[in-house]
Design a protein. Structure first.
Length: 608
């Protein structure tokens, strides 16, 4: 449930909440705190409605420092943590302003006083795509001195990458360089971030609340209300409480001679209360392949029935390995644990600070079972094994449908991940569960991961959709939405895959939309058609450079969905080249043009 829904269904009407949102977007941090105190006074009966705050009849509202909570997110985890942080701060009498780095007015930075930052790292040390503009400002020459600012950073990352939590580290370093002082030390979190994030939140809020109390010793018992009362809410299905959705369709959508697998999966959300917008993702609380669990049990010599404590409950080892822990990809945490347990010199040496690259290379070439087999530990017990494993994380898939067209359903486009390692077949967790182990009628625990940074324009503006393989999934949802709602606006699809005859995903649907005018244009690229040169979506973009640039000049929104390391990066470079050539400008100007598209939310990416 969004904040808007909570307020609209409780104390505020939808129209009132829209007014609040509009006003909030125009306020400085100081103004926001003033108005918060004003309404708190109204709530306490200490001010007359319509009377200006600060009149003789109004007692002083505690005046502490302003507090802004900034977040940068790619998948929504940082946003969710920032919202929880803001709620906790409000309960302690603070008046936080919550802002997405993608929308934050950087001119306000010089006026901040207390700043809490929650940011994730994307890929090899990059900031989340929507936050790139904020990073460029903060790390650029225009960034102001911040010697009056206090701050603390919570950094999210994945320790299997070399530049772990690098985005948060960059902000932490830069704020210090600009003269800001710390409220609390930066905390770096791996994919199981809940506990360290909660500890960091408690520390910084305790310090800020103590400062507020010290700044207002004569407040005569006046307190800002901890929360606005809302109507009782129905149980919410989210990441912590997923909904058991029934599988109602699960079919292959490639031809018999295709060199890859792609499946179309439909899930029934009836009764869940889950709602989504085109561009959102579905989170699946996947389970590990029982065959992989059996291999690990055999390699360790442990009993499947051995009891292990997991977050307050006792499970059998087989249950824990099946649904609670990552048992395939090894992490630095597991390497540390196994180096200690096995006493292996090679593993111990890989733990050195100057061996980061070697350590990650080793981990990418060895799954958990490979390490267990190579460095056996006699007398191992179940608790020692799971102590080194990371919690099993949900997998996110772009939703390939629209609720307006398919009420109470969510559709997915899934390509199973399969590869070989050490002469054995290996596979992705969720993708092969969907492909191999889920039948129609089975249930999957799911939730919605909202993605406001990959959404249809509200004004019917033209859209350009670029995707390869399963990256076409959200565009199916986009066009279903426009068709079902009658929304106007031109649309152009660039789609790439391997072979025309076997891999043209949803071909009849695109052609139907072309005929009906829902889809205005379509350019396709197939890289492995016999007798044809390898052609990718960026080649089609170059062929249509003049028209593509004209669409951008006319206000089109451009979307990219697919693999980051190849397709998305190539598309980005091609976009800059097109702008430079068609706009007859140099590269720096073209790069600035593309950055402006992103800052205006007209260049949006959903890449992985």
């Amino acid at each position: 449930m969004t904040a808007m829904q909570t307020f609209a269904e409780g104390a505020l009407t939808l129209e009132q909440w829209q007014h609040v949102e509009a006003l909030a977007g125009t306020l400085t941090p100081a103004q926001a705190r003033w108005i918060s105190g004003y309404f708190a006074g109204l709530d306490a009966g200490l001010l007359r409605a319509g009377a200006p705050a600060g009149t003789a009849a109004a007692p002083a509202v505690p005046q502490g420092r302003t507090l802004t909570i900034l977040y940068g997110t790619e998948t929504g985890n940082s946003r969710d943590l920032a919202r929880a942080l803001a709620a906790a701060a409000s309960e302690r009498g603070l008046s936080p302003q919550l802002a997405d780095m993608a929308d934050y007015k950087t001119r306000l930075l010089k006026d901040e006083q207390d700043l809490l930052v929650v940011v994730s790292t994307y890929g090899e040390g990059d900031p989340p795509q929507p936050a790139v503009g904020f990073f460029e400002f903060l790390e650029g020459k225009r960034a102001p001195k911040l010697d009056k600012v206090r701050f603390s950073v919570l950094s999210l990352g994945d320790s299997t990458y070399e530049k772990y939590c690098e985005a948060g580290k960059r902000i932490d370093r830069r704020l210090e360089e600009l003269g800001a002082s710390r409220i609390g030390d930066r905390v770096d979190c791996d994919i199981d971030y809940e506990e360290p994030a909660a500890a960091w939140s408690g520390i910084v809020i305790d310090r800020l609340a103590a400062d507020l109390a010290a700044a207002a010793p004569s407040a005569s018992g006046f307190a800002i209300p901890s929360a606005i009362p809302t109507a009782a809410a129905a149980p919410v299905h989210d990441k912590k409480n997923p909904f058991p959705a029934t599988v109602i369709e699960n079919i292959s959508i490639v031809g018999r001679h295709s060199t890859k697998e792609t499946r179309h999966v439909e899930l029934d959300l009836a009764g869940s209360g889950l709602v989504y917008e085109p561009g959102d993702a579905l989170g699946i609380a996947a389970s590990n392949d029982p065959a992989v669990v059996a291999q690990l049990l055999e390699a360790t010599g442990l009993s499947a029935e051995a009891p292990v404590p997991v977050r307050g409950e006792t499970l059998t080892l087989a249950e824990a390995l099946g649904s609670r822990f990552e048992v395939a990809i090894a992490s630095p945490r597991f390497l540390d644990q196994w180096a200690t347990l096995s006493g292996a010199r090679e593993l111990a040496e890989l733990r050195a600070e100057d061996r980061t690259a070697d350590r990650l290379l080793f981990l990418r070439g060895h799954h958990v079972v490979d390490i267990v087999r190579r460095y056996p530990v006699p007398g191992l017990n179940a608790e020692a094994l799971v102590a080194g494993l990371r919690p099993l994380q949900p997998r996110l898939y772009s939703i390939a449908s629209s609720l307006a067209a398919a009420p109470d359903e969510a559709h997915l486009t899934v390509a199973p991940v399969r590869y070989a390692l050490h002469g054995e077949p290996r596979a992705g967790v969720a993708s092969t569960q969907l492909a191999d182990r889920i039948e129609i009628g089975d249930t999957l625990p799911v939730y919605i991961q909202h993605n406001p940074h990959f959404a249809l324009p509200k004004n019917g503006a033209p859209i350009v959709m670029i995707g390869a393989g399963t990256g076409v999934a959200p565009y199916r949802g986009f066009l279903q939405e426009r068709e079902a709602t009658g929304a106007g606006g031109r649309s152009w699809l660039f789609f790439g895959e391997r072979n025309f005859r076997s891999d043209f995903l949803y071909q009849t649907e695109w052609q139907g939309w072309l005929k009906e005018g829902v889809l205005s244009r379509m350019d396709v690229a197939f890289s492995r058609d016999r007798g044809q040169p390898k052609t990718y979506v960026q080649h089609r973009m170059l062929e249509q450079a003049k028209d593509l640039y004209a669409w951008l000049e006319e206000g089109a929104h451009l979307y990219v969905c697919g693999d980051e390391k190849s397709m998305a990066r190539d598309v980005h470079e091609t976009l800059i080249r097109i702008v430079a050539e068609q706009g007859r400008v140099d590269r720096d100007t073209a790069e600035a043009y593309v950055r402006n598209l992103a800052s205006d939310h007209r260049y949006q990416r959903d890449v992985y």
